[in-house]
Design a protein around this ligand. Structure first.
Ligand code: PLP
Length: 391
């Protein structure tokens, strides 16, 4: 039995079967490559569902920041302050819209914080949050309530009163808002929902509507930030600012870090006792996050996301595959819409040494790390196009 098969068997025996895991055991990574336990090498356009989507695997700057911090202090508890946590919040708010930050570990938790903040901010019994069809905001009960219905099956009842509207449909949003609405939560690109891009008109209209109705605009940037779309944050594609933004995945460079960022209007709503997270923003994860923010700056990753993303989209177009309906995205968040399910392509790519995945069955999703180099982009694209042409 191979080492990999042993690990897969051990996993099946001892871990809950809540993930549709592939029979592959990963062992180590470097940049945009990852190796399985039997030594097979893959080009990684999947990047751990985007968690390594900025830095790639084991970037020396991230490893060094983690190692240095690990030897100094892992966690001290949030009744104390810590320099790196404060510097990370400063770095994020400086690139965003000012305000203040709450740190936690996952995108779902960041959205939970945003929901609680919105209810407290409204302060007058307004509690409803409007979200969108095909949205994904996480698996905890609050964030699940705002996520696409297909993920809610079996877990009902959800939080009561929340409305849902079609994405990019302002009239539906207006209809969904009532006197009890406290906030709207939206993704600039629905990552899990099929790589659907918000239009400029929609985001502008939404901003205006939130102002008119005095409700908070929460933008979920868990997939889209930092830098993945060719902007520090995807809302900057639209020249608007949200009131609240949530971050997760790539902000920790692979370490479990997430954040809820509140603008000046609501930055002091979460007072002592209202919310917390024991290890949120602990020194170790904050050190990783700060290293991610520095790396984006020093390696010009915002610009590289735009350039490399365009090249990849052009290469896919150039492949002239008959069953590709559209190629869309922003920066290095790229979706390829097919007129048939993409699973066979994903599995064949895996066999040939390329990791990608599918969103909503018919959309291939490419999320290469922003640090990827030209030869690895070409290697990955060549595998993908060869596989697509063969099927
Ligand atoms: C837009 C968005 N928000 C929130 C989440 C939930 O993040 P997590 O799995 O870290 O809880 C995800 C996960 O894919 C996501 O894509």
């Amino acid at each position: 039995m191979s080492k990999q098969s042993e690990i897969v068997e051990l996993t099946q025996k001892h871990l809950m079967p809540n993930y549709a895991r592939l029979p592959v055991a990963m062992e180590c990574g470097e940049g945009s490559y990852i190796w399985d336990a039997d030594g097979k090498k893959y080009v990684d356009f999947f990047a751990g569902f985007g968690a390594c989507g900025v830095t790639g695997h084991c970037h020396p700057a991230i490893v060094s920041a983690i190692q240095t911090q690990a030897a100094k202090l892992l966690c001290c508890g949030n009744v104390f302050t810590h320099q790196i946590q404060a510097e990370l919040a400063q770095a994020i708010t400086a690139k965003a819209f000012g305000g203040k930050v709450f740190f936690c570990h996952s995108g779902a938790e960041a959205n939970e914080a945003a929901l609680k903040l919105a209810r407290l901010w409204a302060g007058d019994g307004r509690y409803k949050i409007l979200s969108f069809h095909h949205a994904f905001h996480g698996r905890t009960m609050g964030s699940l309530s705002l996520t696409s219905k297909k993920y809610q099956k079996g877990f009902e009842p959800m939080l009561s009163g929340n409305a849902r509207a079609d994405f990019n449909d302002l009239a539906a949003v207006e209809k969904g808002i009532d006197a009890k609405t406290a906030a709207v939560i939206v993704e600039c690109i629905q990552g899990e929902g099929g790589m659907n891009l918000a239009t400029k008109e929609f985001m502008h209209g939404l901003r205006k509507l939130c102002d008119q109705k005095n409700i908070l605009m929460i933008i979920d940037e868990v997939w889209t930030a930092p830098a993945r779309t060719g902007k520090w944050f995807a809302y900057q594609l639209f020249d608007i600012k949200p009131d609240v933004m949530t971050l997760g995945k790539a902000i920790g460079g692979g370490a479990p870090l997430a954040a809820c960022v509140a603008g000046p209007k609501c930055q002091d709503v979460l007072q002592p006792g209202t919310h917390g997270c024991t290890m949120g923003g602990n020194s170790l994860c904050a050190a990783a996050g700060l290293a991610v923010m520095h790396l984006i700056e020093t390696d010009a990753l915002v610009m590289r996301a735009t350039i490399d993303g365009l090249d990849i989209m052009n290469a896919i177009h150039g492949g002239d595959i008959s069953y590709v309906k559209s190629v869309r995205g922003a920066g290095m968040m790229i979706g390829i819409e097919l007129d048939k399910p993409g699973k066979e392509i994903v599995l064949k790519c895996l066999e040939k040494g390329l990791l990608i995945n599918c969103a909503r069955d018919f959309i291939l999703r490419l999320a290469p790390p922003l640090t990827i180099q030209r030869p690895q982009i070409e290697e990955g694209i060549n595998i993908l196009l060869d596989v697509m042409k063969s099927l």
